[in-house]
Design a protein around this ligand. Structure first.
Ligand code: UDP
Length: 318
């Protein structure tokens, strides 16, 4: 992989973005971390702030942005990813972040001749009628539901990526990320893994939405970052889209029970209403990532949970 590139990471103070910034700095690159800190936090990059190769810019990708040094790579991660944060009165802002954000970053990529990677999502498959989900499955998204701001925003961003590739010659890469967890998650984010671990550590009820029979496939963040970097740096022109996720599939109830086995707690399981349009099942088909990127996840859920629990214990002081 080339060394010492200028790399822009939008959404760089968020959970995945901050993990990516740490990896790119460790690899010897110069990193510009751009974020509006809506769901991200400077705490996640505090240890990088004085690093000579790292700089932070407070900016919202909805507005255009440029810099003097020539950019080599752009990783576009800017977007809230947790349903409670991207829905409700934030939903219009979410669509703008997805669509105007990628438009601004594609213009930037075009101007700098930079390669750009878009972090798309398993949400493009909606409530999937094909299981597991391969990349050629076109999905089953409700365009007017409460998740649509994110799902359709990300679908539109994919479409813009390919149009800039076809018509403007921009060098693109598209990955579709499945549920990811690990250190630097925000304890108050509202995602299932962070909720269950923090609830168990605090001795609070563990909130299962619906019957808990819906499934997700949970990927440890280090596996995602490795897949993301391999995708960005593949030199055989593979543009994607490619699924990056762990095919190990668990019901939400199984996840809760696993967390309870690992944490000595007085918490018990309680049921809460299932949000509308909550997908019933999710599992990536990762054949393509194996073939094109020689990538597969290496960290099983049990091990990843141990590492994540250790992170939250320190973070919460529990
Ligand atoms: N979920 C849950 N309890 C929680 C948070 C989430 O049962 O405290 C469920 C949620 O309804 C969904 C699954 O866990 O079925 C994953 O939710 P998350 O928000 O982490 O990700 P996404 O729905 O975007 O896949």
């Amino acid at each position: 992989m080339p060394y010492g590139m200028n790399i822009l990471v939008t959404g760089g103070t968020g959970f995945v973005g901050a993990n990516l910034c740490h990896r790119l700095i460790a690899d010897g690159h110069r990193v510009i971390c751009l974020d509006n800190n809506y769901t991200g936090s400077l705490d996640n990059v505090e240890d990088l702030m004085n690093h000579p190769n790292f700089s932070f810019v407070e900016h919202d990708v909805i507005e255009p942005w440029d810099c003097e040094e020539k950019l080599d790579r752009i990783y576009n991660l800017a977007c809230p990813a947790s349903p409670p944060f991207y829905q409700g009165n934030r939903s219009i802002f979410t669509t703008k972040t997805c669509v105007l954000g990628i438009l601004n970053m594609l213009e930037l990529a075009k101007k700098h001749g930079a390669r750009i990677l878009q972090t798309s999502t398993s949400e493009v498959y909606g409530e999937p009628l094909m299981h597991p989900q391969p990349e050629h499955y076109r999905g089953n998204v409700n365009p007017i539901g409460i998740r649509a701001c994110y799902d359709e925003g990300k679908r539109c961003a994919e479409s813009l990526m390919f149009d800039y590739h076809r018509h403007e010659g921009v060098d693109i890469r598209v990955i579709r990320i499945f549920n990811t967890y690990g250190p630097l998650m925000n304890p108050e984010d509202g995602r299932v893994v962070s909720n269950f671990i923090c609830q168990a550590l605090r001795g609070e009820d563990i909130t299962i939405y619906g019957e808990g029979q819906q499934t997700r496939s949970f990927q440890y963040v280090d596996d995602l970052i490795e897949g993301m970097v391999r995708m960005m740096e593949n030199e055989h022109g593979f543009v994607g889209p490619v699924n990056i996720g762990n095919p190990g599939e668990f019901t939400i109830r199984q996840l809760a029970e696993l967390v309870l086995q690992k944490i000595d707690t007085k918490s018990s399981l309680v049921q809460r209403p299932l949000p509308s349009d909550d997908p019933t099942q999710r599992r990536p088909d990762i054949t393509l990532a194996g073939k094109e990127l020689n990538w597969a996840p290496t960290i099983p859920l049990s091990e990843g949970l141990d590492r994540t629990i250790a992170y939250f214990r320190t973070k919460l002081g529990l």
